[in-house]
Design a binder for this molecule. Structure first.
Ligand code: BES
Ligand code: ZN
Ligand code: ZN
Length: 508
């Protein structure tokens, strides 16, 4: 998809599909209350073209509701698509990102190749963030996960223009141009993460993930090193190695470095990802029902690689390193077993209670290694626990932090990304649950209770005093149902939040 920012009035844009947005100004919560609809444009040609349908009552401007008009009078476009943004007092830029995506997913099955999105004229929806959101939403909406279908039809939208009137000042113009470019970079990077997460375990092995990371790094100018088993031994990464030892597929330790000119020596941000390319559970094997989904157990790693791609292209002035720990968790004669005692890279000993709690094992060494490489602040992302999905469902992901300042930066990042995270506790009162009789700690919390927190407590053992954020994305990395603006499948969450978190540390 090619995206373009067009400074023009919307009425004269020649396109196959012109998408314009509507809100409902009524504040009544009554079910039958009459909506008070308004198009978010001051162009009379657009309001005139939509007037009859807006007064007909057929369209209520509910979020992502669509209504199509062919051959609209007075417009150069072949079709006019009205898209709802919901109630005016609640509409946000994040709703607009979704609504822009809805335009593209509306076009795809109709094989409409060219779409123009009209940027709202509205005090609550500022043009800069809206341009960026429109571009991101369009690129994300174009993604479909049908890679290996022989009957795959190319339904992609080739060209999206984002239409807005020329601002009065040249600085106003350049703000919008930058927003458009940022939207392209971030949307494409999130799709890069999604394309990795979508790959089946037989294709995206740890070695293959290393190759794709290296290719991406070369393309965007990042330093990249990919190591395998020997390096894990050399570094004494016992916990990471333990998980990988049951598979014939060798592990991959992927290290990416972004070291821009002029960045201060600190902070150094460390992005650590869980990259289990397939999680059978190992000897503590999972039930077969739904096991095929465990190819997405590298969603945290995919998000880190996507975020690093975006960072390399956006070039914030802050140092970033990423450590991705990739392995396959398999049962076999050489697999690690419940009862085994493993020494992690930090020297801590771990009693293995359940080989299915493998993500925290690889992250233990990944988090420790990132600090050895100089990280002063850590963030990890992992499809870590089913317990987090039980707690928060598939809307919010879990966030944990040992540091209020780092957490504050993350909250700031969420405002720009629109991702939904809910903070869960990591207090030392939970520490007793991971005490072991034979070793320093055990790799589960002993009981089912508080499973997302006990996993976080385990990770906390390996971060010391370093400010750290842990993102448990088990419930959100894979969309179970399609949305009007996104295909079912890999979501690419939290690429946008990671990029924004990094940017909050940029020295100005
Ligand atoms: N990869 C799973 C967690 C998961 C569950 C991801 C559902 C996505 C959807 C993880 O490795 C795992 O199996 N965790 C166990 C931990 C338990 C053994 C303490 C779990 O959540 O059951
Ligand atoms: Zn597992
Ligand atoms: Zn797992």
């Amino acid at each position: 998809m090619k995206t373009e920012l067009k400074f023009s009035d919307a009425a004269s844009v020649e396109t196959e599909l012109l998408a314009v947005f509507a809100i409902d100004h009524s504040i009544s919560k009554e079910k039958d209350a009459k909506p008070e609809l308004a198009l978010l444009t001051s162009e009379s040609a657009l309001t005139a073209a939509a007037e009859a349908v807006l007064t007909s009552g057929e369209f209520k401007a509910a979020a992502n509701e669509t209504l199509l008009l062919h051959c609209p009078t007075g417009l150069a476009a072949k079709r006019l698509l009205l898209i709802g943004l919901g109630k005016a007092h609640k509409a946000t830029v994040h709703d607009f990102r979704r609504a822009a995506g809805t335009a593209v997913r509306f076009a795809k099955p109709r094989v409409i190749r060219d779409v123009a999105i009209v940027i709202p004229e509205s005090e609550i929806l500022p043009p800069g963030p809206c341009v960026r959101a429109a571009v991101e939403g369009a690129i994300l909406a174009d993604f479909d996960p049908d890679t290996y279908r022989s009957d795959r039809k190319d339904q992609s939208v080739y060209h999206v223009s984002v239409v807005t009137r020329l601002p009065d000042t040249s600085s106003g113009k350049s703000v919008l141009e930058v927003a458009c470019r940022e939207g392209e970079i971030i949307g494409e990077s999130q799709n890069f993460a999604r394309s990795l997460v979508n790959e089946p375990g037989n294709i995206l092995t740890p070695t293959e993930m290393g190759k794709r990371a290296a290719a991406m790094a070369k393309e965007v100018g990042l330093k990249c090193e990919v190591y395998s088993a020997e390096k894990l031994h050399e570094l004494k990464m016992g916990a990471f190695w333990a998980v990988s030892q049951g598979s014939v597929e060798p592990p991959a330790l992927i290290v990416l470095m972004y070291d821009p000119e002029g960045a201060p020596s600190e902070p150094v941000l460390g992005l650590v990802g869980k990259g289990i390319t397939f999680d059978t559970g190992g000897i503590s094997i999972k039930p077969s029902e739904g096991m095929e989904k465990m190819k997405y157990d590298m969603g945290g790693a995919g998000a880190m690689l996507g975020a690093m791609r975006a960072i390399a292209l956006l070039k914030p002035r802050v140092k970033v390193i990423s450590v991705v720990c990739s392995a396959e968790n398999m049962p076999s004669g050489s697999a690690y077993k419940p009862g085994d005692v493993i020494t992690a890279m930090s020297g801590k000993t771990i009693e293995v209670m359940n080989t299915d709690a493998e993500g925290r094992m690889v992250l233990a060494d990944g988090l420790y290694y990132a600090q050895q490489l100089g990280a002063t602040h850590l963030i990890d992302a992992a499809t870590l626990t089913g317990a987090c999905v039980v707690a928060l469902g598939m809307v919010n992901a879990g966030v944990f932090s040992n540091n209020e300042d780092a957490y504050g930066h993350f909250v700031e990042a969420l405002k720009a990304s629109g991702d939904k995270f809910w903070r869960l506790p990591e207090e030392d009162d939970y520490k007793d649950q991971i005490k072991s009789q034979i070793a320093d700690i055990m790799n589960t919390g002993g009981s089912r209770w508080g499973g997302a927190t006990t996993a976080a407590m385990f990770l906390k053992e390996f971060v010391g005093e370093t400010p750290w954020i842990h993102l448990d994305i088990a419930g959100v990395a894979w969309l179970e149902d399609q949305k009007p603006f996104l295909a079912k499948g890999p979501s690419g969450t939290p690429v946008r939040s990671l990029v924004e978190w990094v940017r909050t540390y940029e020295s100005k």
